[in-house]
Ligand binder design. Sequence first.
Ligand SMILES: NC(=O)c1ccc[n+]([C@@H]2O[C@H](COP(=O)([O-])OP(=O)(O)OC[C@H]3O[C@@H](n4cnc5c(N)ncnc54)[C@H](O)[C@@H]3O)[C@@H](O)[C@H]2O)c1
Length: 297
Amino acid sequence: MIDLQGRVAIVTGAGGGLGRAHARLLAQRGARVVVNDLGEGAETVAAEIVEAGGKARAALGSVTDAARMQAIVDEALSAWGRVDILVNNAGILRDKTFAKMSLKDFRLVVDVHLMGAANCTKAVWDAMRAQNYGRIVMTTSSSGLYGNFGQSNYGAAKLALVGLMQTLALEGAKYDIRVNCLAPTAATQMLEGLLPPEQLALLRPDLVSPAVLALVSDAHPDDPVRRRRRFRGRPHHPDHGHPHSRRSAVGGNPAGTAGRGYGPSRRDRSGSGLGAEPAGAAQGRIHRSGNGGRRMT
Ligand SMILES: NC(=O)c1ccc[n+]([C@@H]2O[C@H](COP(=O)([O-])OP(=O)(O)OC[C@H]3O[C@@H](n4cnc5c(N)ncnc54)[C@H](O)[C@@H]3O)[C@@H](O)[C@H]2O)c1
């Protein structure tokens, strides 16, 4: 059983949906959890955890506010002495076809998902390097990995997180900082109204959280492909080949989970700006195939 006693975790956007489920499970396994969200949901979830016998503190603030995220990390460090786990989960949607989408909405979504994750990761990075330990999970999406109608902003931001993960996994490896992506599907407010109730009932957020637990555990599996690619000394530029791998080798995620499967193509006809993820994604690893490409399993 995965035991997180002694670990300190930060989960962003944990006032509801998947983040709440992640925070509760990490606390159940012994982690002290910082529950971040924009509003009082963070306080409610922190209180739920404490009531259940766990340790949690609420930390309100937007992931887009780098200074606030640094302050939250500094508060956790002074209260609990360390930060071991960061789950970059906060997210929003502003769905529209690209033709109808304003650049303001494009930027907003990129700012929350990509810059939000970068802000929070930057805020923990030095502390994780100094303690020679860290586990970071980015929340990507099948909309980024495959594309989804009406989600150009979201898909772009979500695939950018995969790129961020790939590089940080390389840069963090020597400090035992492991960085991975999760591409979930769950019945949260993001999926509201898009699937029949009997299908939504099967997509409980707490069924996704064990994947996060595995990715943030001490014994998180490392990947032989990445181990081979790990380069001693200078940075690796994939366009220029690599001393330890074939020229065609790009990417490769150490046991990262990524979604697969296409959900129903959909479009936010309501004009509300709110939509949801495609259904049908499942967790799997990104592997490099024998020819240096990738396949999903
Ligand atoms: N639900 C799915 O099927 C699905 C599929 C793929 C990816 N995801 C991703 O999973 C993550 C969680 O989504 P969810 O389905 O639980 O949605 P949700 O809307 O229930 O939860 C998102 C949470 O993030 C918070 N949030 C939004 N902007 C924030 C900000 N600037 N700073 C801090 N918190 C902020 C919200 O208040 C909310 O509590 C998101 O990154 C989402 O893109 C969800």
